[in-house]
Ligand binder design. Sequence first.
Ligand SMILES: Cc1cc2nc3c(=O)[nH]c(=O)nc-3n(C[C@H](O)[C@H](O)[C@H](O)COP(=O)(O)O)c2cc1C
Length: 238
Amino acid sequence: MKVLAILGSPRPSKSNTGIILQEFLKGASSQGANIETVYLKEKIINFCIGCNTCWMETPGVCIFRDDMPELLDKVIECDILVYATPLYNYNMTSLLKCFLERLHPLVDAHLVKTGETYRHPQRYAKGRKMVLISTCGLPEVSHFEGLRQIFCQIERSSQMPLIGELLVPAAELLKKKSLQEKIGVILQAAYRAGIEVVSEGKISKKVEGQIQKSPLTPDEVAEMTNKWWDSHIKRNGR
Ligand SMILES: Cc1cc2nc3c(=O)[nH]c(=O)nc-3n(C[C@H](O)[C@H](O)[C@H](O)COP(=O)(O)O)c2cc1C
């Protein structure tokens, strides 16, 4: 089983999302999965200009010869596609959004009806599945609602089942040494999620719940965060 992870954090070396992703991948790897991570920050990916050449002139082939054609091959070959992104403005980062737009060549132009609505079929449908991993700064899990809705739409239109969501609020706590014991529970759950994806084909609600559970209450997170900012904000800006 091939697991391809796409990390959309613009700071991959100190990424909170990357911390969760790596535990997840370790779990998947422990079950024999072949894992690979693509760090979008390190890739050259032009944004889609909507020319539709990949739908009309050269079906399946984009006009841009940047890093994306190689990544499209990886997407086509994988069994599990893991989208890992920090929450930016209640959404995915622009790095990941740009990547998703460039998946256009993998989609066929025709409209097909599935249930009540129309969609574009995938050129290379092969039972690929998706996992969503996201972290955010605010302390409540409700902030992920917009992102979750988007991935539900992607699931419907691509017919690629979303087999689990690992959502971590108050993710700056992941690096707090004083909370290591409680953070350990979250990391173990991420590892377990990786095991489940390979061995059971989906992440259990129990594990998803363990990952979402912040080690501190929202009020405690706010107090700690505000103190941190007060001691770090310099007075020479606007
Ligand atoms: C430009 C920007 C926008 C952000 N938007 C949100 C947001 O809408 N909601 C939120 O809770 N956190 C927001 N955050 C905080 C990040 O989601 C959070 O710090 C995340 O864990 C960073 O992940 P990374 O370390 O993997 O890059 C934002 C951070 C930045 C820099």
